[in-house]
Design a protein around this ligand. Sequence first.
Ligand code: GDP
Ligand code: MG
Length: 193
Amino acid sequence: MEWSVMFMGPVGSGKTTAVRTISDIEVVSTDARATDDVLTMKSHTTVAMDVGVLALGDKDKLRIYGTPGQDRFDFMWDILLNQSKGVLLVVNHAADDAVAQLDHYYRDLAARQGERNLPIVVCVSHMDAKPDVPLDIYHRYFRETVGLDAENVPPILSMDARDKSQVRAALVAMTALLEMVERFPKPMPIKRA
Ligand SMILES: Nc1nc2c(ncn2[C@@H]2O[C@H](COP(=O)(O)OP(=O)(O)O)[C@@H](O)[C@H]2O)c(=O)[nH]1
Ligand SMILES: [Mg+2]
């Protein structure tokens, strides 16, 4: 079995680093020199995508995409989203508006996925920058702003994109979620008279 999953999230959150940290093969990246608004943040940015591969046991493979963060490349998101079974939403915990950024990407994803209902894992990077701000702010976002029941809040994990075991944990959570959805698809809601 071969599954594709994608990292999605703002520029500088750690998507390219995560793909490079975890991939068994050399990552095919189309990083280019950053232009205009992004230039102030870092010198290179992903303009098309990153592709990595992680072997799961002997037979199974996970293909991992990193998407570009700049809005003007967002046509790539639809292409990669179509190929993907699940989405790892990366949140940059160091950003002052981290929750607003999560909201932007979550809503964008909700709008693009249509009826597919893709499994999501929220990966919070740069926790080391603000260790005192708890992951709970993201739980509360899903409960209070989105209005999800506790059972529907996606897994929310701390993930330093430079750390292999942390990136692996996020991908293990994603594969577990994919297995779960495959084996126990959500029953249709029961209409009550
Ligand atoms: N301090 C810290 N730096 C991180 C963490 N995760 C990623 N980075 C760094 O953040 C920078 C931007 O990452 P990059 O993968 O290019 O972001 P992308 O735009 O989402 O692809 C890189 O220098 C990474 O090494 C983290 O958890 N803590
Ligand atoms: Mg990148």
